[in-house]
Write a protein that binds this ligand. Structure first.
Ligand code: NAD
Ligand code: MN
Length: 503
């Protein structure tokens, strides 16, 4: 019987990183035409605070600008909540608490399903706004942030009438008024992570978004009003560290949930110690990706890229340390170089963009300080990405270091930018010891084809999340959170509900 085969392909097949000698990426052979997002959400010149179901001015009328970090343009001016405004917001949440917590879970769930549906219906507007205010690529806000934010409301809506099953034998009661403070790296998603479990469990909230990315949280406030959520159940107040501190110190708050830097987290832990406030902290990380010689190398390199360059490295669980088994180190580093060369840095609203703008000039300074420090300490910086950068805005091309010693700052400290520290190891034991040699314990990734090795290594890593042959994948059903200086408490899944009930 004859065998037919397909005729040879007339053009070379593009395999990322396999043949740099044949395909010169700098020649523009794979340049895409720009594909800018065409929707522009309406943005008001100014926004008030969302307190008691309505937008109100800050007392004293103070405002601050939120900018687009890709263009340096001011997008809007938002109200800066004073201690008095925090007091008003906490009072509104307190007033709303009895009725909201007495509402049958089924009814609370209905409001939450409506919020989830509205996020879906307004997804495109929210994605563009997220990208404009924070600088992340539109393909990430469109495909990750906004769908996951909706998913968190859907998931927790489902729990609202089933709490007795989440805590069998107990009688779960709400904690009360929750003060929630979130960072700028996943603005709407972090708001959803905080608000959804709180509402499901019958709590009311005062949420403070980060000062550089308040706009999608304010849209969420609009959505709460649109779906008829009772006034005061969700209050959203804008401001910076002082506003956050006023919320932390307010005696009318029953629980503080914070995501952000370890420094601020430690300050909050001190402020809350000795009060009867409950506390959960989700702090920084210096997570390790470990590649064994038996791993599928192309797949692993893609995962490493995803792990550290996703959202410009503005990810608390970014895989910022890479441990490669010595026997494959040269191959992995060569592939990493090739692949890094193909990433596109630039206009976050372009659908082709892989890395958008750095969130703020301050964060860019921090990253540049580490790039210099790494070189000064003797590591070798690989800057192989040649993307043309816009003239305005905050930009940083993706890069990695080799020749990294465990004592180097770039191997120990959280950089929160697109900078990877590559190190090698010989045995699994060495990989485990070195991966665990950090004050943090948020996440880790293990790349191997051997199932037994996966379970062995994963069980020995001090990390709240261990991804196996994948990285940076999130799901509302699975708990997320850290050990050691990465904080305590879990968000997502049944574990995440625990932080919002009294048993
Ligand atoms: P940050 O901790 O200063 O800010 C996070 C949130 O806390 C913001 O809403 C901020 O207004 C608020 N805040 C600041 N000071 C406060 C205080 N004293 N009391 C109460 N709330 C306060 O983080 P940042 O300045 O935005 O970023 C600095 C570093 O934090 C980054 O380089 C990174 O290492 C880390 N970070 C971590 C995450 C994370 O998801 N774990 C997110 C963003 C930033
Ligand atoms: Mn902004």
């Amino acid at each position: 019987m004859g065998v037919t085969t397909a005729p040879p392909s007339p053009t070379p097949v593009f395999r990322p990183g396999t043949s740099p000698a044949r395909l010169d990426f700098s020649s523009g052979i794979f340049e895409y035409a720009a594909a800018p997002e065409s929707v522009r959400p309406g943005i008001a010149d100014a926004y008030g605070l969302f307190i008691g179901g309505a937008f109100v001015d800050a007392q004293g009328g103070k405002r601050f600008a939120t900018i687009n970090p890709a263009t340096d343009e001011t997008l809007s001016e938002v109200a800066e909540a004073s201690a008095k405004d925090v007091d008003r917001a906490v009072a509104a949440a307190r007033d709303a608490l009895p009725a909201w917590s007495a509402l049958p879970g089924l009814e609370r769930g209905k409001f939450m399903f409506r919020i989830a549906r509205r996020i879906q219906e307004r997804a495109r507007e929210l994605a563009v706004l997220e990208t404009m205010d924070g600088g992340k690529p539109i393909k990430e806000s469109r495909d990750v942030d906004i769908p996951l934010a909706a998913a968190h409301f859907f998931y927790h809506a489902g729990w609202a009438d089933k709490l007795a099953y989440a805590f069998p034998g107990a009688d779960p009661k709400p904690v009360g008024v929750c003060g929630q403070i979130i960072p700028w790296n996943f603005p709407l998603l972090m708001a959803a992570w905080k608000i959804a479990p709180a509402l499901a469990c019958g709590n009311t909230v005062v949420l403070k978004p980060a000062e550089t990315t308040p706009l999608t949280a304010l849209r969420l406030a609009e959505i709460c009003a649109e779906v008829g959520l009772p006034a005061g159940v969700v209050n959203i107040i804008t401001g910076a560290g002082e506003t956050g501190a006023a919320l932390v110190n307010h005696p009318g708050v029953d629980k503080i949930a914070f995501t952000g830097s370890t420094d601020v987290g430690k300050r909050i832990a001190k402020a809350v110690a000795g009060t009867d406030k409950a506390l959960t902290l989700e702090l920084g990380g210096k997570s390790a990706n470990i590649i064994f010689e038996d791993a599928s190398i192309d797949q692993a390199v893609e995962g490493i890229i995803e792990g550290i360059y996703f959202n410009q490295g503005h990810v608390c669980c970014a895989g910022s340390r890479l441990f490669v088994q010595e026997s494959i180190a040269d191959r992995v580093i060569a592939k990493l170089r090739d692949r890094l060369g193909t990433l596109r840095v630039g206009d976050p609203l372009d659908k082709n963009t892989d890395l958008g703008a750095i969130n703020s000039p301050a964060q860019l300074d921090t990253i540049q300080r580490f790039l210099k420090l790494g070189r000064d300490e003797g590591a070798t910086l690989h800057e192989v990405n040649g993307s043309a950068l816009p003239d305005r805005g905050n930009w940083c091309r993706p890069s990695f270091f080799t020749g990294v010693q465990p004592s180097h700052a770039i191997a120990r400290d959280e950089i929160f930018g697109p900078v990877l520290a590559v190190m090698t190891f010989r045995t699994p034991e060495e990989a485990i010891v070195r991966a665990n040699n950090t004050p943090y314990g948020l996440a880790a990734g293990v790349w191997t084809d051997k199932g037994s090795k996966i379970f062995e290594v994963a069980s020995k890593l001090d990390a709240g999340v261990v991804w196996l042959n994948t990285y940076n994948k999130f799901d509302p059903t699975s708990p997320f959170g850290g050990f050691k200086e990465s904080g305590f408490g879990r968000e997502g899944g049944r574990h995440g509900l625990r932080a919002y009930v009294r048993l």
